[in-house]
Design a protein around this ligand. Structure first.
Ligand code: NAI
Length: 418
């Protein structure tokens, strides 16, 4: 089928060793895909931004506002990771460039690590192993417990928390959870009325809340004192949630029996930077360098999720899951019926990013009525200062409509698909 812009001319550049599944998916779409292992220099990135239609990065590459000026062909940016603060999201949105990420592709990886840590803490395995590395044979059942029948307290029953709930019950644990939002309890898990109630009852507390002003310092000296004597704490969520000094103090005093911590208030920027923490050297403490979600499977899932979103935006205009522009969920326009003579042509689809200010929509509708355009479908979403309207119109009307819409004051960008 003839398309508005030949797919082979859609240039995609993926940096930072994005998992090969991403390049494969985009190449299967017919796009021209280039991959680079590392993060580009600023100059190289500017050059790529001037030519590419889609750019894929992970967490190292910074795309700042000043770089977007010359990015005339850029349709969208894929962050092949969880976070998106390496991109100036506001300016990208203002340029009509959606930014996509993969917020939940590593859910299972975090859940599995957490389950493993529940067992390792309960058996004091790292402590025994460390002793052996030092030449000591500490063959003892002291302080070592099965997890069957123990109570797991999950704080934050979202994607990760609820997945852990299922796995923990399968291993014979009793599960309770605390969440600020009403959540459907899976299996036999029991909601807890308050964080305090959960802390008082759980043998192991695991945290799965986001970093927000409300969760900053959520577990400090007061909360640690509420925990059962000898209970364990796991934080594989965000470093701001736990007061590390208070936790170290509670472990030294023996009130907290052990901890597994993957995230820290100050995390080293690279392998070359030293790691320092009050928790270093304490007994029964598992320290991991923010690798909760870092598995090959998660990388593959991320690559597939972000590439799928990028391809959908190019092919249909769908912005579902974009973090910086209004989300419009769209099927392929061949699903839309038109009044075309041949009855088979799919409509022309006009994608119109605009400033969300009074008057733009009425001007848009005036253009439609002046041209006598038959609109088969219309979708509008707004987000702050941005509006995104998608029009499916009869095949003959597309180009003229696009030109007229581009001329409307407040238009950011118009694209046409057929
Ligand atoms: P989610 O958004 O699916 O779930 C979070 C849950 O926390 C929601 O149910 C929400 O209602 C609840 N919540 C929010 N504020 C709360 C509060 N003040 N008290 C109680 N509950 C509250 O998030 P998901 O995907 O389950 O991730 C959870 C955490 O794990 C996030 O902080 C995320 O950044 C982190 N994470 C860490 C990784 C790692 O490598 N260690 C990898 C992936 C995620």
């Amino acid at each position: 089928m003839k398309t508005s812009f030949p797919k082979g001319k859609i240039r995609v550049v993926l940096f930072e060793g994005v998992h090969e599944a991403g390049a494969e998916l985009l190449a299967t779409e017919g796009f021209d895909v280039v991959t680079e292992k590392g993060s580009p220099s600023e100059d190289a990135l500017r050059a790529h931004l001037g030519e590419a239609h889609l750019i894929g990065i992970r967490s190292k590459t910074q795309i700042r506002e000043s770089m977007l000026d010359g990015a005339n062909r850029l349709l969208s940016i894929g962050c092949f990771c969880i976070g998106t603060n390496q991109v100036d999201l506001g300016p990208a949105g203002d340029a009509g460039v959606p930014v996509f990420n993969a917020p939940y592709s590593n859910t299972r990886s975090v859940a599995e690590l957490t389950i493993a840590e529940i067992v390792m803490l309960s058996r004091r395995t790292f402590e025994r192993s460390y002793a052996m590395h030092q030449g000591q044979w500490v063959k003892s059942a002291s302080g070592s417990h099965e997890i069957r029948g123990k109570t797991l307290g999950i704080v934050g029953y979202g994607h990760i928390g609820s997945q852990i709930s299922v796995l923990a019950e399968a291993m014979g644990m009793r599960v309770m959870y605390y969440d600020v939002a009403p959540k459907l309890a899976l299996g036999n898990a029991m909601p807890s009325d308050s964080l305090g109630a959960l802390l008082r009852e759980a043998d192991i507390v695991t945290l799965h809340v986001p970093a927000t002003p409300q969760t900053a310092g959520m577990i400090g000296a007061t909360e640690l004192k509420l925990m059962k004597p000898g209970a364990h704490l796991i934080n594989n969520a965000r470093g701001s949630i736990v007061d590390i000094d208070a936790l170290a103090h509670a472990i030294k005093e023996g009130r907290v029996g052990g901890a597994a911590i993957d995230v820290f208030p100050d995390e080293p920027a690279s392998r070359e930077s030293a790691f320092k923490s009050e928790l270093s050297g304490l007994p029964n403490v598992i320290l991991t360098p923010h690798v909760g979600g870092s598995t090959q499977e998660a990388q593959k899932n991320i690559a597939i999720e972000v590439s799928t979103k990028l391809a959908a935006f190019v092919n249909t205009g769908a912005t579902t899951g974009a973090v910086n522009v209004p989300n419009v969920d769209l099927a392929d326009q061949s699903a839309v019926t038109t009044n075309a003579d041949d009855g088979a042509s799919r409509p022309h689809r006009i994608l119109h990013f605009h400033r969300n200010v009074p008057g733009v929509l009425s001007k848009l509708n005036n253009v439609i009525s002046e041209l006598g355009v038959n609109v088969a479908a219309q979708h509008l979403e707004t987000m702050g200062q941005l509006g995104y309207v998608v029009l499916d119109v009869d095949p003959s009307n597309g180009n003229e409509l696009k030109d007229r819409l581009n001329a409307i004051d407040g238009t950011i960008r118009t694209r046409i698909l057929w």
